[in-house]
Design a binder for this molecule. Structure first.
Ligand code: ADP
Ligand code: MG
Length: 612
């Protein structure tokens, strides 16, 4: 039998390697920007077209390459960063495998211009699918200028798997954020389709965080600093009250390299302990410096994981550094008890009169008061809801026990069923407000308890969904235009769903950079500031609850959650009545859009059991 093994041509080998190193446009951005940093550039410009599908251009002012190096840089295993295996134990550059350029060249059209500082003239190379089409002298600025066009043009399967431009650009921004946070002393500019996304001047780490995530983060940062013989840690953690549901502000770097580590993440979260709201994650920007020889560098080229010689000791160091930082800022749970506002544990003596627990009832309600705080426009609220349902809601719960009916019941004791007391039911319906959170009202079968926030979420959700499905706008309150600065991802996201938001009353326009202007917002916004609602909305919307949820449903859900009244808002009797009417006009009054119970009934026999 003849021999069947043959060596793959380089171009094929490179394409295979490219599959590992380059998964999407964001991988190209990462590799090229890291190369620019390794080349000691202190100013890097990134031009992206169509989320990188058409163009990814990286311009740096680093050391540049000679003619020969420029040509060689596209060969596999061509690197200037290590020479011997020993060098693997002292790596201080981002790259070292010499795979990135060879991989990118195999699957795209590349134009490279580069010049070293002391040379008069630079060199230009054009490569398509690993094939060098031309190399010639050119005049260009000091540094390197890579243009990568038509990524995956020869790997249709890959190209087909690319996601929408919003998603792919989102990936680019994630990579970009990781790099710019680790390199505050480098100036970065990012443009997408010719418009500016980020302009980040050289600065320190704190200012860099602020310029990436917006000014509001500044007062929420707590400094972390700890030096031990194994590692040193510096950076910032977010105050617990700033913790969000969405992840996106958790950054962990080892020797300036971004690392994802569930293990170290736990060390940080654990240090916060109980002071975090359930399901929220604090922001953190932590930089670890360690001797490169204690880190396992033999990691996969694109993996962002790392192995230390002594993982456990490092876990402890991170944990205590974070705890210490929280403690210094008086927010560690362990010191709550020493504070004046801390828990007061009463010590009972025999003489102390033991008071029964009591329910706080709001006696101040005025049934004649018309003002409604949870819905500025009651007419609009009921607009599209099921009127029939509204009329009959009390049947759903065996009837409301109104005062006139109560007297019926009472009279039945006196064997006089015919007596009817006629009262104005609109003022005789009594609602009790408990802890400014639950609405209590008697129904035939017992005592009905309604969670006001969830009820309001359900009401708004159905209203928003309806508005979106028939494209009839909800009532809008116009505002004095308000400008809000966002991070690039949130900005792109809002621009994507701008039209749906407009139907829901949010009139948002692009204001350049990552800013937006809000000209109007839903009338049902419960007196909240527009930035507050946008913030809550983004938090919910991008926490990505269920990727299968339809976009419009997700928008309606998130906006309902963001606009609903809080769990400690006072409601008067009229407002409670309106809330209950609207709730039972909903198609599904029992559960919130997030599947949480809204209505619970304590049955009469349960009540009776308590008094046996
Ligand atoms: P690695 O970064 O692992 O060395 P790459 O394929 O990314 O491998 O790059 C190959 C080589 O090309 C680098 O080692 C470096 O010498 C050179 N190079 C790449 N990009 C630049 C740049 N922007 N400026 C100067 N030299 C560069
Ligand atoms: Mg590299």
């Amino acid at each position: 039998m003849s021999d069947i093994i043959q060596l793959l041509p380089d171009s094929v080998a490179n394409q295979i390697a490219a599959g590992e190193v380059i998964q999407r446009p964001a991988s190209v951005v990462k590799e090229l920007v890291e190369n620019a940093i390794d080349a000691k550039a202190d100013s890097i410009t990134i031009n992206i077209k169509d989320a990188g599908k058409t163009l990814i251009q990286i311009i740096d002012n680093g050391i540049g390459m000679s003619d020969t190096d420029a040509r060689l840089s596209f060969e596999r295993h061509a690197t200037s960063k290590i020479k011997t295996a020993d060098d693997l134990f002292s790596i201080s550059t981002m790259g070292f495998r010499g795979e990135a350029l060879a991989s990118i060249a195999a699957i795209a059209h590349i134009e490279l211009k580069t010049k070293q500082e002391n040379n008069e003239i630079g060199t230009q190379i054009i490569i398509e699918g690993s094939k060098v089409n031309s190399q010639e002298a050119t005049s260009c600025a000091k540094g390197t200028n890579f243009a990568v066009k038509n990524l995956f043009y020869n790997v249709p399967a890959r190209r087909k798997f690319l996601k929408s431009n919003t998603t792919e650009f989102g990936h680019i921004i994630s990579e970009f954020q990781r790099i710019v946070l680790a390199n505050p002393e480098v100036e970065f500019k990012l443009f997408h389709n010719n418009s500016e996304v980020y302009l980040l001047p050289k600065t320190n780490i704190r200012q860099r965080i602020v310029s990436v995530f917006g000014k509001r983060i500044n007062q929420n940062l707590i400094t972390v600093e700890s030096n031990t013989s194994i590692i040193s840690i510096r950076g910032f953690i977010g105050k617990p009250e700033y913790a969000r549901k969405k992840s996106g502000e958790q950054f962990f770097f080892i020797n300036s390299r971004y690392i994802r580590s569930a293990y170290f993440n736990k060390a940080i979260i654990n240090a916060y302990g109980q002071i975090l709201q359930p399901e929220t994650v604090p922001s953190y920007f932590l930089f670890l410096d360690a001797d490169p020889s204690t880190i396992d560098v033999n990691i996969h080229p694109t993996k962002t994981e790392v192995k230390f010689e002594d993982q456990q000791a490092i876990w402890q160091i991170i944990h205590s550094a974070v705890k210490q930082a929280l403690g210094k800022n008086n927010i560690a749970p362990s010191i709550d008890f020493n504070q004046e506002q801390g828990f007061d544990i009463p010590i009972l003596s025999k003489e102390t009169e033991i008071k029964n627990p009591r329910i706080d009832i709001d006696h101040s309600f005025n049934p004649f008061e018309q003002k409604s705080t949870f819905s500025k426009n009651p007419k609009s609220s009921a607009l599209s809801l099921e009127k029939e349902n509204l009329a009959n809601w009390d049947k759903l719960y065996d009837g409301f026990e109104k005062e006139n009916q109560q007297s019926d019941d009472f009279s039945s004791f006196s064997n006089d069923n015919t007596q009817q007391t006629i009262t104005d039911t609109s003022i005789s319906e009594k609602y009790f407000h408990v802890k400014n959170k639950y609405i209590l009202t008697p129904v035939k079968s017992g005592l009905m308890i309604i969670d006001q926030k969830r009820a309001h979420e359900r009401i708004l959700f159905e209203k928003f969904l309806q508005a979106l499905s028939v494209e009839s706008s909800v009532i809008q309150a116009s505002l004095y235009p308000k400008t809000i600065e966002l991070d690039a991802k949130d900005h792109a996201l809002l621009m994507d769903i701008k039209n749906d938001l407009k139907i829901l009353g949010f009139d948002i326009e692009d204001f350049g950079g990552n800013s937006i202007v809000i000209n109007g917002m839903p009338a049902d916004s419960n007196n909240q500031e527009p930035e507050q609602i946008i913030d809550k909305f983004l938090n919910e919307y991008s926490s990505g609850a269920d990727p299968k949820t339809q976009v419009q449903e997700k928008i309606a859900k998130s906006l309902a959650k963001a606009s609903a009244i809080s769990s400690n808002q006072k409601l008067n009797n009229e407002e409670m009545r309106e809330m209950i009417d609207l709730l039972f006009a909903c198609q599904n009054p029992n559960y919130s859009p997030f599947g949480k119970l809204i209505v619970s009934i304590i049955k009469t026999d349960e009540l009776e059991k308590r008094f046996i």
